[in-house]
Design a protein around this ligand. Sequence first.
Ligand code: DSN
Length: 413
Amino acid sequence: MNLENIKKIDPLVADEIQKEFERQQNTIELIASENITSKAVLEACGSVLTNKYAEGKPYSRFYNGCEHVDIIEEVAQERACKLFNMEHANVQPHSGAQANMAVFMYLLKPGDKVLGMDLSSGGHLSHGSPVNFSGMYFDVKSYGVDDFGCIDYENVRQMALEHKPKLIVCGASNYSKIIDFKKFREIADEVGAYLLADIAHIAGLVAAGVHPSPAGYAQFVTTTTHKSLRGPRGGIIMCDMEHARGIDKAVFPGMQGGPLEHIIAGKAVALLEASKPEFKTYAEQILKNAKALAQGLMDEGMEIIGGMTENHLMTLDLRKTSRTGKEMANVLESVGITANKNTVPNDPQTPFVTSGIRLGVPAVTTRGFKEDDMVEVAKIIASAVYSADNKSGLKNLRERSLKLCKKYPLYKG
Ligand code: DSN
């Protein structure tokens, strides 16, 4: 990593970047929404494009000098459409939440009805949480999951029939099963609602064809680019052509000013990478690794919400142990594994404490971890749960996790 110039001007920031690199290098990253982007994406994001203002759309800007960013943004749009089989893409949203916000802004008036997945059941803040714009300004009803952690589609249908939402949101931040976009569209059609599929978590799997696509079912598809898609931190909205103008206007001038053209360049590079055969192999390995981790944990006597995962993540259910999610997230960090506490269905603990730990494998799969390594990770996690109070036991687990990290260095070559 070249930090030569930062070191001269700002040693504090340079030092913390270096330490963060070392933290990532020496930690098993199981936060399901994180990944390790390529050097090519990092270069794009750290380029001179950060200097450029480019309000507007490619070839129709409010500033001059956009001939190069026009080409980059246009190619990013084209690559997103091709990869996800959608008619139009706006690659300017700074995040997934803002992508969702733009769809809400385009489709809805304050007070309109929305049906989305409950945050504590695995949905996202921007799908109607009362503490978020989506829940503050719209009349949101939330569906959850059953005791097995699965969406009950008949329950969603009944809620849609009862509340007649204008928009149904599907997609989740913590859901380990395949999402049935066809079923959601049938429900939406039955009540005359639009369907928004937020595929932020599974975008890489959808791009690689290892998870069904919402194309042809959802009129609006939003995603982040930094999770399983492995690009820079940001968002994208895709939609049918008839909504293109309205969505573009909702993003700018509706919600954002100047687009981050350096990040858009990173998105373009990541979208190209995701169209390659190697990326399909990567996505297939994500599924294999997630299954190996879930099976390994269950073999160690741990419980997983909904049993075997069908995608890149799972939630460890700690209710039958004496541990909470908060406690275990800290214990895992002490043994070199980063993961986040998460609520489980009908959680007896508060959302700040929780009874679950969400585990995801996109980042370790990027590093090169294979099924055997995931079994070792499962053993380390289970031992940490069983012996969280045993200091020397934890020290030994830290050594085991470090051994795995050394086997698969970041940004090698
Ligand atoms: N914070 C993200 C996650 O961890 O899933 C969602 O935006």
